[in-house]
Design a protein around this ligand. Structure first.
Ligand SMILES: Nc1ncnc2c1ncn2[C@@H]1O[C@H](COP(=O)(O)OP(=O)(O)OP(=O)(O)O)[C@@H](O)[C@H]1O
Ligand SMILES: [Mg+2]
Length: 438
């Protein structure tokens, strides 16, 4: 209601005398007063104007006051319009009926002017307060909704940040652990391989010395002859150098492993560097070797490398290793799941494999594809694989962070794209596309 407009009252009564009395008195009291003579004209009038309050007679020809009230209240536009019944009927049943139809009050004829005025003011005030309350409620509701929305947004952002943190922590502690182990291995390995060359020289010398003895003393005393027999000297002379060589091979291999572990854990953080992605892939495979090799349930997972001619790629190598690791680990999981219920021989007949292909595409982008012949991904799971914390794996086994993080690294950090192709039973191929910068 506009403050500058006078408050409008509508009087509905079929008795002209009643109307006259009320009209004059209310007008004098400062109201704008409208008049209707029966129910029908009241309803018609309400189509055009909305008064602030209605004084409604009960007994009228045509539709009576009760029915008029019911129809007014049935219109959502007027459901809050205060209606006060006027009647000579003072019995309780009628009052109750009127109030139950939505009237706010009741006044009985003959009218007491002060009483009418007091009741009108009271109900106008009540109506204003009700409106205010409704407004406040609506504001509160809005506030609450926007608050809830904000809380939801914050929670999502926090969860996101938290999972990023967990993963980067997981990765950096893994990186540190691996770098630490590589370092610890390097010292004793250096020590062994350094001494091995001396050991083989000494062995050669000793063997030579024994051979000289044999040459100059072909008839040894019985005790030595017995010993020569027992240790099978010829076999020792033949085998010892071979044995030392395989020890050298072994230390070389350990050295390579620790080298790969270092490559893997090279967590460059803030700047991109040009780097050989095949080295990253190989070192990641090495870290996962224990999961690839044969066990009692299945033969080894075959890794088929189809490496193309890749240039050095400007990237965060540690992060890309993380992507390779996440994708390869997923493939191994998918293969293991596809093995459930199959015997060793059945698996051997259709062996588990992971194919790693690299190439430069026609539009000069670097493409790395990691493809497995595991269980594949069904449509419902496909819709969710990149969602944070979505996993189909057992509690404690999967955190559901592998793919969202991989996508973030490929797409946000390298401006590339992470695609996949999969169908249940058909295996899965993930394709990393990285644009070249030079
Ligand atoms: N190569 C794949 N073959 C079949 N399903 C896959 C493959 N890669 C991912 N998925 C499905 O996508 C889901 C999400 O993978 P994601 O790497 O994000 O999480 P996770 O492997 O379950 O857990 P985490 O990697 O954090 O340990 C997996 O639970 C799995 O259902
Ligand atoms: Mg995973």
């Amino acid at each position: 209601m506009n403050a500058s407009e006078p408050t409008t009252l509508l009087i509905v009564d079929d008795n002209p005398t009643n109307i006259k009395v009320l009209f004059d008195f209310l007008k004098e009291s400062g109201f704008r007063v409208l008049v209707a003579k029966d129910g029908e004209s009241t309803l018609a009038k309400l189509e055009a104007v909305t008064p602030d309050l209605i004084l409604l007679d009960v007994m009228m020809p045509g539709i009576d006051g009760f029915e008029t009230c019911r129809r007014i209240k049935a219109d959502p536009k007027h459901k809050d319009l205060p209606i006060i019944f006027m009647t000579a009927l003072a019995d309780t049943a009628n009052k109750v009926k009127g109030l139950s139809l939505g009237a706010v009050d009741y006044i009985t004829k003959p009218f007491q002017q002060e009483e009418i005025l007091a009741r009108i003011h009271l109900h106008l005030k009540l109506r204003d307060l009700t409106r205010e309350l409704a407004d406040k409620n609506a504001q509160l509701y809005e506030l609450n909704t926007s608050l809830e929305q904000k809380v939801e947004e914050r929670t999502a952002a926090l969860e996101n940040a938290q999972s990023q943190l967990i993963l980067s922590e997981k990765m950096s502690s893994l990186g540190q652990l691996i770098a630490g182990i590589a370092h610890e291995i390097n010292n004793p390995v250096g020590f062994i391989s350094g001494n091995l060359s001396h050991a083989s020289e000494f062995a050669q010398d000793l063997i030579h010395l024994v051979q000289l003895y044999q040459q100059y003393y072909p008839q040894p005393v019985p005790e030595i002859a017995e010993e020569l027999e027992a240790i099978d000297l010829n076999y020792v002379i033949e085998d010892f150098p071979k044995l030392l060589n395989s020890m050298k091979e072994g230390t070389k291999r350990i050295h390579e492993i620790s080298q790969s572990m270092r490559t893997f854990s090279r967590m460059d953080t803030d700047t991109k560097v040009f780097c050989n992605l095949h080295e990253g892939l190989d070192s990641t495979l090495l870290i996962l070797k224990h999961r690839l090799k044969a066990n009692q349930c299945r033969p080894a997972i075959e890794v088929i490398k189809e490496y193309g001619d890749l240039p050095e790629v400007e990237c965060y190598p540690g992060q890309l290793n993380q992507v390779f690791m996440n994708l390869l680990a997923n493939s191994i999981d998918a293969l293991e799941e596809s093995n459930v219920g199959r015997s060793f021989h059945e698996i051997q007949a259709k062996p588990n494999h992971i194919k790693i292909r690299t190439e430069v595409s026609a539009n000069q982008q670097v493409v790395i594809s990691i493809q497995d012949n595991g269980i594949g991904i069904g449509p419902e799971v496909q819709a969710r694989i990149f969602s944070h914390s979505f996993t189909t794996k057992a509690v404690g086994k999967g955190t559901g962070l592998g793919l969202p993080i991989a996508r973030q690294i490929v797409e946000d950090k390298h401006g590339g794209e992470l695609r996949y192709y999969s169908a249940p039973g058909q295996g899965t191929e993930f394709v990393i596309v990285i644009p070249q910068t030079r």
